[in-house]
Design a protein. Structure first.
Length: 197
């Protein structure tokens, strides 16, 4: 069953009216036994394309990720939490930066290998950095470093994520499934940024 509540659907309509209609993707996953898909404390996540003053986008990696696996920061949306509230909270916790929401870029509904209902959702936004000092405020996130890429490099980032391999006990699954899942939002954000210019 789709995890979106009527309140979440209403908020998505309001966010699209305020920040622009997002590109909408539905993607079938090959595997669903990995974090964050298996987490019962959330129905989805926000993805943050944080634009730095130089025009580059911020990526992060965690200490247990495969080498070179940098990605756009994301954060879970708890049941009953507003999407915009989660976006603002997670952007600050993951980066320590003060940001301003600029655009609703993409909505991605992930389907299980069999079935028609979405099992997870990602909502991607463009944010502009407005201040602060870069650094994770939540040690439990285990963010080990950041890097910046030009928007046109996001598809290359997606291809690197798709190439991940091996067992991933830290996320309860396989890096290959996780990498394919994580690549989708990078392709979606790249497409949305091209469309809005």
């Amino acid at each position: 069953m789709d995890r979106l509540t009527s309140a979440a659907r209403d908020e998505l309509r309001a966010l699209a009216a305020r920040y622009g209609e997002p590109v909408h993707f539905r993607r079938r996953l090959r595997g669903v036994s990995f974090d964050p898909i298996t987490r019962s404390d959330r129905f989805g996540e926000v993805a943050m394309a944080i634009r730095r003053p130089s025009g580059t986008l911020l990526l992060s990696t965690k200490e247990f990720y495969p080498p070179g696996a940098y990605r756009l920061p994301t954060g879970g949306i708890s049941h009953g939490e507003g999407i915009l509230d989660a976006l603002r909270r997670e952007a600050h916790e993951e980066t320590g930066l003060e940001t301003e929401v600029r655009r609703f870029l993409a909505r991605i509904d992930y389907l299980a290998p069999a079935g028609a209902d979405a099992v997870f959702h990602t909502f991607a936004f463009l944010l502009d950095e407005r201040g602060g000092t870069l650094g994770s405020l939540d040690p439990a996130e285990r963010i080990s470093s950041y890097r910046e890429v030009r928007p046109e490099e996001l598809e290359e980032v997606a291809r690197r994520l798709e190439a991940a391999t091996g067992a991933a006990p830290e996320i309860g699954g396989e890096w290959a499934d996780w990498g394919r899942f994580r690549s989708v939002v990078h392709d979606a954000v790249a497409r949305a940024l091209r469309e809005i210019g």
